[in-house]
Design a protein around this ligand. Sequence first.
Ligand code: FMN
Length: 174
Amino acid sequence: MKVLVFYATIEGQTGKIARFVADELETSGHEVTLVDAADMTAEVTPEEFDRVILAGSVHERRHPRLFEMFLAAQRNALDPARTLLISVSLMAAFESSRNRAQDFVDEMEMRTGFTPASVALVAGAVRPSSYDYFATQVVRHIVMRGKSYRPEDGDREFTDWAALRARVAEFMAA
Ligand SMILES: Cc1cc2nc3c(=O)[nH]c(=O)nc-3n(C[C@H](O)[C@H](O)[C@H](O)COP(=O)(O)O)c2cc1C
């Protein structure tokens, strides 16, 4: 099948996730087009693909602006039944906050007017070694408040790669 993997990343984890998904699909024999939302030269026509996978990370409750703009602009070209949204956040990393991870998706759907049939809430990563002071404070006092993690603990990847592989395989088989 022809598959579009469109992604938007701020610190790189969603880029890593998108490349992982693309590699998995290629290994399974699919023809994959991988597009970074930041690539202004890319011409993307979702109608040409059998499946579309959209991956974007959450920062301060929102997916990247370019990501939301793409969804809003292409909502009529995107078939909800053939689209998987991968929402990458830290709320998705903890059972106690997964409903908040879903809230970010619901809010984005309201803003963009696009509702995919399949959604995967995927845990991202924390990288205090590359954050500035502001980002460190946001992660410490807002994002990870009440969680068993402090920025002093260092960089940590929460992404469950085996679960992601299974979720993508399930979507492709549907
Ligand atoms: C400044 C900042 C704000 C963030 N805000 C949120 C948030 O509101 N909710 C959340 O679940 N995760 C939040 N995160 C965590 C990111 O979603 C997580 O680090 C993710 O892996 C980032 O993906 P990216 O590297 O592709 O940008 C935030 C991270 C940073 C650094």
